[in-house]
Write a protein that binds this ligand. Structure first.
Ligand code: BV8
Length: 250
């Protein structure tokens, strides 16, 4: 897939002119690092499951060991992966232009952070973190580090289960992160939407918020997405190929 040179130049000029840039990344950002996108994460063994079912409190309570094993496989893939040229282009730009780029991510891997974007706004949490499924009924709350090595790990004192530190379907996004993301979307001059199908809300609404507030919205995605209508420009190519071309000269 190649991008029209004039469209690429137009995007570069818009980004060059923007004093504040908001980037919204999705699972496609990590595809070239070898991490399956969210909807592709159900290939092979997991093909017969619905991601929204597995990635939900109900799905976990219904079969904790199944969901825990799904996350264990995804965690291993993240730990084996490396940030790609797209992650590095974003981190290098943020370093050259302190305070000019706000990175908002739907991703639960740590590749933006390992590339250097340590202040990423994380809308859906961190898959490498553990937390308790329920509040501990005991006065001194149990520590996930002491959990029994069952699948999933469990508190031997109160039976609490350990779960991944992500936002599941049906769970509210972290209030502070969502507020910061909406503020960045409404105040940027340009928004780069990278590698998201625009299916999952409320993250998917950020591009429309930016557009309504007057931002120039650019989508980087080899395929069509549900939010193409919110963008003035769609560059149909990949994150690792396009982000260096868009940002390295700025
Ligand atoms: C909530 C963690 C309310 C888990 C994830 C309207 C408003 C509000 C809510 C809703 C609404 N409509 C529906 C809802 C409910 C629901 C929802 O959105 N459902 C969808 C299925 C319709 N939303 C929620 O439940 C949210 N919570 O609203 O709570 C509330 C309020 C108060 C009190 C209680 C409740 C929570 C949503 C968060 C879910 N958790 N992740 C986990 O990962 O295991 S979301 C999950 O999907 C991942 O984080 C992933 O990042 C995210 C979004 O998907 P994408 O990133 O877009 O990935 P996808 O695979 O879909 O697409 C990849 C794209 O990349 C493709 O377009 C592809 O073409 C492209 N691509 C591929 N390769 C490349 C590439 N692009 C560039 N380069 C490449 N190389």
């Amino acid at each position: 897939m190649s991008v029209d040179a004039a469209a690429l130049q137009h995007a570069i000029e818009r980004l060059r002119a923007a004093s504040s840039i908001c980037v919204l990344s999705g699972a496609g950002m990590s595809a070239e690092s070898g991490i399956a996108t969210f909807r592709d994460a159900l290939s092979g063994l997991w093909a017969r499951f619905d991601p929204a079912q597995l990635a939900s409190p109900e799905g976990f309570r219904a079969d904790p060991s199944l969901v825990w094993r799904w996350y264990a496989e995804r965690r291993a893939a993240v730990r084996a992966a490396q940030p790609n040229a797209g992650h590095h282009a974003l981190a290098a730009f943020a370093k050259r232009h302190p305070g000019r780029l706000t990175l908002v991510s739907q991703n639960v891997d740590d590749l933006h952070q390992r590339a250097g974007n340590v202040d990423t706004i994380r809308l859906h949490g961190d898959m490498l973190e553990d937390q308790w499924l329920d509040a501990c009924p005991r006065a001194m709350s149990c520590d996930t580090a002491w959990a029994a090595p069952t699948v999933p790990p469990r508190c031997e004192a109160c039976g609490n289960l350990v779960r991944p530190g992500v936002v599941w379907f049906g769970e509210a996004l972290p209030f502070v992160a969502l507020q910061a993301a909406e503020q960045a979307a409404r105040s940027c001059q340009a928004m780069l939407v990278v590698g998201t199908s625009g299916v999952v809300w409320p993250a998917a609404g950020l591009a429309a918020q930016a557009r309504r507030a007057g931002a120039f919205v650019i989508i980087v995605n080899p395929d069509a997405s549900d939010i193409d209508g919110d963008a003035q420009l769609h560059l149909p190519d990949t994150a690792a190929r396009l982000l260096p071309l868009l940002l390295d000269s700025l």
